[in-house]
Design a binder for this molecule. Structure first.
Ligand code: SF4
Length: 262
């Protein structure tokens, strides 16, 4: 019988970034609106066109002000527009060597809004999405088909995740293909997704599923892309605790743990 292992505790939710994205997303249209106002004052003959441009710029900036319930009600349209900005300016960020910073800033902006929306009224039906690359590459446990085939050997974060799922009765999927994860997420109809992935896939996921609010957590890649990746389990625990209604049964429950090695 294995001795009990101390499982990670939820940390505080980190301060989300997002200021860079918000400055660009809100600042550019507002600057254009001011420019249009000045143009209409200086160029009387084309005033109508200037005014039209100003109104369009204000309309583009408006969704960036929506928060809480207003964000949830219009989330598909808001996320579509935000993703358009994030994807359109990505090549420029890459050119400056700041691609990850830009995507993480977008993710941080998204997380802020999701936290504001689900802070007062937590999600009832949440789904966790994790990438298969968190499993140690040489491990033969068939966790894609059945998470409980993991031996919880402690060599990767899947064991901690398995324990957390069993203790808290979370619903989660580990996928090796993005399209499979999207399909499973849509079939489950969650009111919130908590997704862990690399920055590229996080942006892709937010772009492909604008209709489902998603709190996203970036992977760390100590061995490069897609191999033995890792993530902060305390961050995931904190996100689930802060944003999702608990389903954990009362009383002390220890998950059944199997003997074995990876
Ligand atoms: S058996 Fe060990 S290496 Fe394999 S998935 Fe579980 S914790 Fe990771």
């Amino acid at each position: 019988m294995k001795s009990d292992r101390i499982l990670p505790l939820p940390g505080p939710l980190p301060v989300e970034g997002g200021t860079l994205f918000l400055w660009v997303r809100r600042g550019l249209p507002l600057a254009l609106a001011v420019l249009a106002l000045v143009g209409s004052a200086l160029h009387g003959a084309g005033r109508g066109w200037w005014m039209l441009a100003g109104v369009a710029a204000l309309a583009a900036a408006w969704p960036s002000f929506l928060r809480g319930e207003a964000f949830l009600r219009k989330r598909t349209a808001i996320m579509r527009q935000d993703c358009l900005w994030a994807n359109a300016l990505r090549p420029l960020a890459r050119w400056f060597g700041r691609e990850d910073t830009w995507i993480l800033s977008f993710c941080g902006h998204n997380n802020r809004r999701v936290r504001e929306a689900f802070g007062p009224r937590r999600a009832r039906r949440a789904l966790i999405l994790l990438p298969h690359c968190i499993q140690m590459a040489r491990c033969k446990a068939g966790i894609l088909d059945d998470l409980q085939t993991c031996y919880d050997c402690g060599l990767c974060s899947v064991g901690d995740y398995l324990n957390a799922v069993l203790l808290n009765r979370w619903e989660g999927r580990i996928s090796n293909r993005s399209h499979k994860a999207y399909r499973e997420a849509r079939e489950y109809h969650p009111d919130l997704i908590v997704a862990v992935s690399c920055t590229d896939r996080l942006l892709k996921g937010l772009t492909r599923m604008p209709e489902i609010p998603s709190y996203v957590i970036p992977l760390s890649l100590p061995h490069g892309m897609c191999v033995d990746t890792d993530f902060s389990m305390p961050h995931l625990l904190a996100a689930m605790e802060a944003l999702v209604e608990p389903h954990r049964p009362s009383g002390e429950i220890q998950p059944l743990r199997r003997e074995g090695i990876a």
